[in-house]
Design a protein around this ligand. Structure first.
Ligand code: ARG
Ligand code: ZN
Ligand code: CA
Length: 241
C-alpha cells in the first residue's frame, strides 16, 4: 500500500478577456474540491444511500498546486481537439507530464464541460481540460456545474476510470466490480432509487453525468483501479517522488 499519494498540479489558464483570467482563489477552490473528493471527506458524502455506504471509496490521493501559467489568447473557444494544449495553436504547451498533472482551463465551447486523456496516451496532450464556466466553486463557475465536480470526473478519467454505465448497454463493463451496471447516463438530480438493468443505479457516482451537487462518491473498486496506476510498472508510477 502506497499510503497517501500526492499529485503536483500545473494549471494553465487561457483567457480571451479579463473575466476568463480566473483568480488564484478560484483555482484554490478547485484544488480544495479535489482534495475532499479524493479522500471521501467531501461534506455531502453523508448523502450516500445506505444501499451503497459500504462501497464508498477513500482514494487517498491529494493534489498540490505547483504552478499556474496564465496566457492571453486570441481564441474565443478551443473545442476538444487539444488545441488548448499547444502554444502554436493559441493554447499552452504541456509541462513535465511524467511528473505532473496538467490542467487546462479555458473556453471549450459547444456546451462541453470538460474532457480528459486516459493513461498511456501521447505525453504532449496528457492531462485534463475543464471549461472556465465549470472550474472551481467561485468566480466564473456557473450552476449547476459550480461544485468543482467536472474536474473530479475528468481526473477520474485521467486515472483510468470509465463512465459508470460503461458507455454502452447493460452488459458493457466499466471494469469496476462494485459499481452497478447501467445502460445510459443520468442527468440533473435523479430521485433515489433510479432503476436500470434491473438494479439500482449509483447515480451519485462522480463518473455519472448528474449535476455537481448530486454526485458525491467513488467506490472502493474505482479507488483500487486508480491507485493501481501508481504501483510498480503502472502507467502513472512516474508521478511519485
Ligand atoms: N461530459 C464530461 C465528460 O464526459 C463531464 C461531465 C461532468 N459532469 C458534471 N456534473 N460536472 O468527461
Ligand atoms: Zn466523462
Ligand atoms: Ca461495474
Amino acid at each position: 500500500n502506497l499510503g497517501t499519494i500526492t499529485i503536483p498540479v500545473i494549471v494553465h489558464v487561457l483567457y480571451n478577456n479579463a473575466t476568463e483570467n480566473i483568480s488564484d482563489q478560484q483555482i484554490a477552490s478547485q484544488i480544495a474540491v479535489l482534495n475532499d473528493d479524493f479522500s471521501a471527506t467531501n461534506n455531502d458524502i453523508n448523502q450516500v444511500p445506505s444501499l451503497f455506504s459500504a462501497n464508498v471509496g477513500d482514494v487517498n490521493i491529494q493534489f498540490t498546486l505547483d504552478r499556474v501559467i496564465r496566457k492571453s489568447t486570441t481564441r474565443t473557444s478551443f473545442g476538444t481537439n487539444d488545441a488548448i494544449k499547444f502554444d502554436a495553436q493559441g493554447g499552452s504547451d504541456v509541462v513535465t507530464p511524467s511528473t505532473h498533472l496538467n490542467m487546462w482551463v479555458g473556453d471549450i465551447g459547444g456546451g462541453i464541460l470538460g474532457y480528459a486523456q486516459f493513461p498511456g496516451g501521447n505525453a504532449a496532450t496528457d492531462g485534463v481540460v475543464v471549461g472556465t464556466a465549470f472550474f472551481g466553486t467561485t468566480g466564473t463557475a456557473t450552476a449547476p456545474f459550480d461544485g468543482g465536480r467536472t474536474m473530479t470526473h475528468e481526473v477520474g478519467h485521467w486515472l483510468n476510470l470509465r463512465h459508470i454505465w460503461g458507455d454502452g448497454r447493460c452488459k458493457r463493463d466499466d471494469f469496476v466490480a462494485d459499481t452497478p451496471s447501467s445502460d445510459s447516463p443520468n442527468y440533473g438530480c435523479p430521485s433515489f432509487p433510479t432503476t436500470k438493468c434491473r438494479t439500482t443505479d449509483m447515480t451519485m457516482n462522480y463518473m455519472d453525468y448528474v449535476d455537481d451537487r448530486c454526485m458525491y462518491m467513488f467506490t472502493n473498486g474505482q479507488s483500487e483501479r486508480m491507485r493501481a496506476l501508481f504501483a510498480a510498472g503502472g502507467a502513472r508510477e512516474s508521478i511519485l517522488p
